[in-house]
Design a protein around this ligand. Structure first.
Ligand SMILES: NC(=O)c1ccc[n+]([C@@H]2O[C@H](COP(=O)([O-])OP(=O)(O)OC[C@H]3O[C@@H](n4cnc5c(N)ncnc54)[C@H](O)[C@@H]3O)[C@@H](O)[C@H]2O)c1
Length: 282
């Protein structure tokens, strides 16, 4: 414990259960001396365990659907009321794809679902930043972080329309980061995290195989949820004041790898003894 967030106040989206990346951030932020409000949708509050986390961190939960501007405005008002003033950090740890959930492939998308994916997983970040800026809810040198994935840059099978959402999310961090930085000295970044076994993570078909592959391809191995929380805390702290408009990879080096000798040897051997996947379209 370093007391890195002593005196800081924040808002944390997306803690569903103790596997959630946001849950780990909340625990770590509490340990580091922060106070924060927790939020999630009314449905996930019912099915998840967020109240347990709130009790542990001695705080309140305010429900909000991150796609609903009125909900976000109410959430920011309630949060500022709770603290009697502005906040210093926000974690946006929110995503969902109905195309993934309903097993629709990328070349057979339902466009109603696609709109939902983009709204929940990317545009909600813009809505949050815009509402926070209009309300002047964040202190100077505050920090906002959203969660991304390398599929925004590189094609990974089965990540589906979530890849488009993450590309948009990272773009929003840059575009809003410019305005928020120039006008209010507030940082906006995304962290591109290794695949992690959470509720959202396990929605990606074949995540076990993917995690195994990235673990072996990354010189440092996959980053865990606890390691993610540590990294996130540094971005909320005053130690990273001039980091903004970045997509920061937290993935053990995976995103910079092309091919390792070991992987190439195994791949070539496997081609001599092929085991056909069920479906090459995936
Ligand atoms: N798990 C991974 O492998 C991985 C890797 C990189 C990035 N991410 C990203 O991390 C973030 C958090 O996911 P997680 O892996 O902790 O899974 P999770 O399922 O625990 O969290 C996802 C959260 O999004 C919330 N959510 C969904 N729709 C919402 C809405 N309309 N309004 C408000 N909240 C809503 C859910 O209630 C849930 O708490 C997501 O953005 C995800 O894409 C996950």
């Amino acid at each position: 414990m370093y007391n890195l967030l002593k005196g800081k106040k924040g808002l944390i989206f997306g803690a569903l259960n103790d596997k959630s990346l946001a849950w780990k951030v909340a625990e770590k932020a509490y340990e580091e001396g922060a106070e924060f409000v927790l939020t999630n949708t009314p449905v996930s509050m019912r099915f998840g365990e967020i109240h347990e986390l709130a009790a542990k961190c001695n705080t309140i939960v305010v429900p909000a659907d991150a796609t609903n501007v009125k909900d976000l405005e109410n959430l920011l008002d309630k949060t500022m009321e709770h603290f009697g003033g502005k906040i210093d950090f926000i974690l946006h740890s929110v995503a969902m794809s109905l195309n993934v959930r309903k097993g629709r492939n990328y070349d057979n998308l339902d466009y109603g679902y696609l709109n939902k994916t983009l709204d929940i997983s990317a545009i909600s970040f813009h809505k949050l930043l815009q509402a926070a800026k209009k309300k002047d809810a964040i202190n100077k040198w505050g920090s906002v972080v959203a969660l991304s994935y390398v599929a925004a840059q590189k094609t990974l099978y089965r990540y589906n329309d979530m890849a488009d959402a993450k590309a948009m999310l990272e773009s929003i961090a840059r575009s809003f980061g410019y305005i928020y930085g120039r006008e209010k000295k507030i940082r906006v970044n995304t962290i591109s995290q290794s695949p992690t076994m959470t509720t959202a993570g396990s929605g990606v078909k074949g995540i076990d195989g993917l995690m195994d592959f990235t673990e072996r391809m990354s010189p440092l191995g996959n980053a865990t949820a606890d390691e993610f929380a540590n990294f996130c805390i540094t971005l909320f702290s005053d130690l990273t004041k001039k980091v903004t408009m970045q997509n920061l990879y937290h993935d053990g080096g995976f995103s910079s790898m092309g091919m390792s000798l070991r992987a190439m040897t195994m791949y070539n051997q496997a081609l001599d003894n092929p085991v056909e996947p069920e479906n090459y379209d995936d």
